[in-house]
Each structure stands twice: as structure tokens, then as C-alpha cells.
Design a protein around this ligand. Structure first.
Ligand code: B16
Ligand code: MG
Length: 218
């Protein structure tokens, strides 16, 4: 029986994915890597430093920067990103997500956040949904990012629920892989997530309801 949900944040609850994209696109231009949609899709869900590594690798620039220079490129991206997310408000929940969170809370499901973002606490506050969640994984505590299962395992532990009682929600291929490796039921949203063969698939957030999930599980 499902008793809880572990949520990715960016691309599932709110579309900060487009802000990340905008900020990374600027970084790619700065280092001389050609920006493509395929590259943008691969970045989704990865940690900040893993994202930068991929951008450098895509342009064969991985050896052009020292570790310190890489850290400052990532910090510069984050400053630009933080500027973009100051605009977020409660109106920026993805379609249907506000209703779904209310439905889950009323039905007694426990919820936690499994976001790779070090800005997750700020984003939840701006969206005014912090209170829905019994736990938020601290990404700084992780030894490996998505697709490693660690983040979803911790998100389940915060709820004191076993993997078989959990559905993890993700928009990224690396995130779906992480959920599956954690032994939870993977709910994938959108085409990037579909590539990693989630257990349950939805095209759009507005289609996600408890009834629709139960239909797909049978
Ligand atoms: P930050 P998620 C991820 O959040 C984003 O999808 C990914 O694009 C970003 O690089 C990562 O967080 C780190 O975010 O730079 O804010 O620490 O999808 O796991 O909620
Ligand atoms: Mg995401």
C-alpha cells in the first residue's frame, strides 16, 4: 500500500527547470559550448557541479579550467539563477500540483522533497508550500547525486516509510533511475523522464490525481 510520496522539485512542483536552463545556457556561451536541447535535457536533475562538468565535456573544455575556476563558474551560474527565482510566487506551482498536494494531505499521505537543489528551501517558501512536507533532504549531505538512489532513499527515511510504500515523482531521466534504484515506484512526467522507463507515466502535471495513479497501478 502506498502511504507516501517523495517529490522532485524542479520540473515537478514548479518550473524552475526553465530558469536553470536559462542560467546554464549563459554559462555554455561563456565557455564556448554549443547549446542544444539534448544537452539541456541531460542537465535536468543533475547537481550543480555535475551539470557544469557535462557542459564543459560537451564542448571538450573539461581540461581548460582549474577546479577553482570551475567552482567560480558554478557560483556565477547560481547567482544568476537566484536572481531569476526571486520572481517565484504561489502562482508558479505547475498546473494541477496545488490541487494534488491538497488531495494527498487530506488523504493522509506523507510527503518529502528529494531535490538536488541547494535552493529548494527558498523555492518552497516562495511557493508557500513548505508546510505540506514532513521532510526535505539536504543535498549537501549526499555522497552521490541522481541517478544514485541515495537522495530518494533519504527522502523515504525522513517519512519513516519503506520503499514499497512510496511513489517518487520526477521529470528527469536521472531522477527516474534514482527512484527505481531506491526501490520506490517511479512516476515520470514528460518525455525526458519517459526515456528512463518509469513505472507510471504522465505527459503533464495536470493529469496527476490519486484516481489516475490508482488506475495506472492496476
Ligand atoms: P541548485 P531537482 C535540480 O533540482 C535541478 O533539476 C538541476 O537542474 C539543478 O542543477 C540541481 O537541482 C541543483 O540545483 O544549483 O539550485 O543547487 O530537479 O532535483 O529538484
Ligand atoms: Mg526535476
Amino acid at each position: 500500500d502506498i502511504k507516501g510520496m517523495t517529490f522532485d522539485l524542479d520540473g515537478v512542483i514548479t518550473d524552475t527547470a526553465s530558469f536553470h536552463e536559462k542560467a546554464w545556457h549563459q554559462t555554455a556561451n561563456e565557455v564556448g559550448t554549443v547549446w542544444t536541447q539534448a544537452l539541456a535535457d541531460q542537465l535536468k536533475g543533475l547537481s550543480r557541479m555535475d551539470s557544469l562538468a557535462l557542459i564543459l565535456k560537451a564542448g571538450h573544455h573539461e581540461d581548460d579550467y582549474t577546479q577553482a575556476e570551475k567552482v567560480s563558474l558554478a557560483e556565477k551560474k547560481n547567482r544568476y539563477y537566484q536572481q531569476l527565482i526571486t520572481k517565484l510566487t504561489a502562482d508558479d506551482l505547475l498546473p494541477g500540483i496545488g490541487a494534488f498536494l491538497n488531495e494527498l494531505r487530506s488523504a493522509g499521505y506523507r510527503m518529502s522533497i528529494a531535490s538536488a537543489s541547494k535552493n529548494a528551501v527558498t523555492i518552497l517558501k516562495q511557493l508557500q508550500i513548505t508546510d505540506y512536507f514532513q521532510g526535505i533532504v539536504d543535498p549537501a549531505s549526499l555522497s552521490a547525486g541522481k541517478p544514485d538512489p541515495e537522495i530518494f532513499i533519504k527522502a523515504g527515511e525522513l517519512l519513516a516509510l519503506p520503499p514499497m510504500a512510496l511513489i517518487g515523482l520526477e521529470d528527469a531521466a536521472a531522477g527516474v533511475q534514482s527512484i527505481k534504484a531506491a526501490g520506490q515506484t517511479a512516476l515520470g512526467i514528460g518525455l525526458a523522464a519517459k526515456k528512463a522507463e518509469p513505472d507510471l507515466y504522465f505527459d503533464r502535471t495536470q493529469d496527476i490525481t490519486l484516481a489516475a495513479i490508482h488506475d495506472k497501478m492496476n
